[in-house]
Design a protein around this ligand. Structure first.
Ligand SMILES: *Cc1c(COP(=O)(O)O)cnc(C)c1O
Length: 380
């Protein structure tokens, strides 16, 4: 089955043997009647399993070309489950330009339990191997990164992981399986904040993991059930509904993203535009090789790097909504220095490129002429 068919049908057959409903029913139930102790029809309790969630988990597996999918209450709950595979003394090599919540989970929660994290620049994959030692268990990759749109070579990281018998996990939230399928590139675990593009409508918070290995799936399922950060049936239904249009939404996100990146690049008041589709992007060649297109996430800096001017621009936008998050059908704009990265000292955030005037756009699927007109009036 091709990707554009999988988003609609993948893993979703035989959901309703009762009445043949075309859409998977929302099994809004915590428990299931048993005919005799242990005599059930595959489901006992909805933390352990729920038919609506199971349909979604099969769909996640299908679109990521994996065997096993797991759905969680949030993206961070999915990441939490992965790190719970480890034990005190184990080490993780992670991207340094990492989603803030992931960084917080690693440093403020799991470091307390004796897991050690190395946050490094991975744009040069050779750098990764330098940090491998006897305690290393996991490489954690996010690509493209947030908000600097760095690209990390998944295949090169997979080669390091194979050589040293490590797990490779890839946060595929920004790219989605429409643009890149990390399991096919050698990753062991692919993770999503389904809150973003997979859900696609900014109406649900959810996370996902997909793996191929049966043994790894069993361990993660054990943690999912034992820790209990599962998503409910209503949210599962919403994300199943979102997935059905993932491919058409992503196609438009990419088209609009390209038009806006090019518009910004030509703008006399713009200093720099971060978008992996430009040949001048330092990792453009890797992006071109591992991604089908370049997505709708763009960051840019205005000339003079003025904090107040950047705030004024995001406040003046009318169609772009000033908000955290990304990946919905509607366009969003954010100012990392005062929003997502406000808690990081200025010198620290500027080291990774998050300067005062950096603005991040999640380009939606509206008419691109309206979006450009909106940027034009706001930038002035
Ligand atoms: C949002 C996000 C997360 C966290 O997901 P939640 O659903 O908010 O818990 C993790 N990684 C990336 C890249 C994200 O954008």
């Amino acid at each position: 089955m091709k990707f554009n068919t999988k988003t609609i049908h993948g893993g979703q057959h035989d959901v309703d043997p009762a009445y043949g409903s075309v859409m998977p029913p929302i099994y809004q139930t915590s428990t299931y009647a048993q005919s005799t102790p242990g005599g059930h029809k595959g489901y006992e309790y909805s933390r352990s399993g729920n038919p609506t969630r199971a349909a979604l988990e099969r769909a996640f597996a299908s679109i990521e070309n994996g065997k096993h999918g797991l759905a969680f209450a949030s993206g961070l709950a999915a990441i939490d489950a992965v790190i719970k595979l480890l034990k005190p003394g184990d080490e993780v090599i992670s991207t340094n330009d990492l989603y803030g919540g992931t960084y917080r989970l690693f440093t403020k929660v799991f470091e307390q339990f004796g897991v050690k994290f190395h946050f490094i620049g991975m744009e040069n994959a050779a750098n990764v191997e330098k940090y491998v030692n006897d305690n290393t268990r996991l490489i954690w990759v996010e690509t493209p990164t947030n908000p600097m749109m760095n690209i990390i070579d998944i295949k090169a990281c997979a080669a390091v992981a194979r050589k040293h018998d490590l797990l490779l996990a890839v946060d595929n939230t920004f790219a989605t399986p429409y643009l890149q399928q990390p399991l096919d590139l050698g990753a062991d675990i692919v993770m999503h904040s389904a809150t973003k593009y997979l859900g696609g409508h900014s109406d649900v918070v959810m996370g996902a993991l997909v793996v191929n290995d049966d043994n790894l799936a069993e361990k993660l399922y054990f943690i999912q059930n034992a820790s209990g950060a599962v998503c409910g049936p209503q949210d599962s239904f919403l994300v199943l509904r979102g997935l059905k249009t993932l491919h058409v939404r992503m196609q438009r996100h990419c088209e609009n993203g390209k038009a806006i990146a090019e518009y910004l690049l030509d703008h006399p008041k713009i200093e720099k535009v971060y978008w992996p589709g430009f040949e001048s992007h330092p990792n453009h060649v890797i992006a071109r090789d591992q991604m089908r297109d370049f997505g709708g996430m763009i960051s840019f800096v205005t000339k003079g790097n003025n904090y107040d001017e950047a705030v004024r621009i995001v406040e003046n936008l009318k169609i772009f909504t000033l908000a955290e998050s990304l990946g919905g059908v509607e366009s969003l704009a954010g100012h990392p220095a005062s929003m997502t990265h406000a808690s990081i000292p200025k010198e620290e955030r500027e080291k990774t490129g998050v300067v005062d005037a950096l603005i991040r756009l999640s380009v939606g699927i509206e008419d691109v002429k309206d979006l450009i007109e909106d940027l034009e009036q706001a930038i002035g």
